[in-house]
Design a protein around this ligand. Structure first.
Ligand code: KG4
Ligand code: ZN
Length: 312
């Protein structure tokens, strides 16, 4: 949950309750545990965000809430809570697409201000546990998908392999640590994705291999992933030469090695490379508040009929 102040164009408060501990024992997210825990914590986290922003609910004009896509139970908790406040306190309501949130998280900086360096059009490379896609972003709220994975999401490939080689859940950060220890070398030469028509990528080929050594597998996986990411961005820049920048977003964008690989491609092509601080790469309220702020300025509001998994 986060508070965005339109007057100063800043995230003024930000709070997060992580459920990783609750899901660890199961090796992945259990939907029922997720929504039950959200129901328990949502009020406390909203209060924390308001306290951090040194404000109260009465000072808030508009409530933006993620209503799509995702686990239905979790989305319902958020949407019902937001509708409750909107109805009781006479606030305006805006449903936000989670993936649009990730895309525009590239504008968020560590002190909560908006990154002025990022200019339209830019290419957003969005990689998380649930999705991996490229977008051409042409304005606030204007974008088109220009490529996507044909199978697993990049984070999903990290998480699956981490589970097989005994690193627990979630796997991305652990794989990065071991890969760094192994010197980021390619020990196994996993097959790289073949060039396919359009901007498609594929990670299933690496997810299917059974590993021997944790460090070497982690290292080879990361180098392989880096090659696929670079190739895919190079192809996108060739097809969309007007793009001024590449924004790397989503939980996988926490990865320092992959950041460096994409930074290198941008340096070669004379493009700006933008990545948000880690707290705004993994799922967070700030990106949803930011999208809500420009939608409010554009007059895109929803009413109390707002539903989960439906476009607004
Ligand atoms: O955006 P996010 O918090 O949630 C989704 O919308 O999925 O992304 C979570 C994903 C997980 O798959 C996790 O393994 C991955 O981001 N991740 C990383 C790193 N930190 C988190 N992947 C690679 N390297 C990391 N350092
Ligand atoms: Zn996400």
């Amino acid at each position: 949950v986060a508070v965005f102040d339109v007057a100063t164009q800043r995230i003024t408060g930000h709070a997060l309750y992580s459920q990783i501990e609750a899901h660890k024992a199961y090796g992945g997210v259990v939907p029922e545990i997720a929504s039950r825990s959200q129901l328990e914590k949502i009020e406390v986290v909203v209060r924390q965000a308001l306290d951090n922003a040194q404000t109260t609910i009465d000072q808030i004009d508009t409530i933006a809430v993620t209503n799509r896509p995702g686990l239905v139970g979790s989305l319902l908790v958020g949407v019902c809570f937001a509708k409750g406040i909107a109805f009781a306190k006479r606030k305006r309501l805006i449903g936000v697409d989670h993936l649009e949130g990730h895309m525009f998280s590239a504008f968020l900086t560590a002190d909560g201000s908006v990154n002025q360096q990022l200019q339209f059009p830019f290419i957003a490379f969005s990689a998380s546990g649930g999705h991996t896609a490229l977008y051409l972003v042409t304005g606030f709220g204007s974008y088109q998908m220009i490529g996507h994975t044909l199978d697993d999401a990049a984070g999903e490939a990290f998480d699956k392999i981490a589970k097989i080689i005994g690193l627990g859940y979630p796997g991305g950060a652990a794989i990065e640590r071991l890969a760094t220890e192994a010197g980021l070398q390619d020990f196994f030469q996993y097959p790289r994705t073949k060039t396919m028509p359009g901007d498609f990528i594929s990670f299933s080929v690496i997810a299917a291999l059974t590993p021997q050594l944790q460090q070497e597998v982690s290292s080879s996986l990361l180098v392989c992933m880096g090659d696929i990411f670079s190739k895919s961005i190079k192809r996108a820049l060739k097809r969309y030469p007007d793009a001024t920048a590449v924004a790397f977003v989503g939980g996988v964008a926490c990865n320092k090695y992959l950041r460096r690989r994409l930074q290198d491609v941008c340096d070669e092509h004379g493009k700006t490379f933008v990545v948000a601080p880690p707290a705004f790469c993994t799922d967070n309220g700030a990106m949803i508040a930011f999208v809500g702020s420009y939608k409010a300025q554009q007059g895109h509001f929803d009413d109390l009929e707002l539903d989960v998994m439906k476009n607004t």
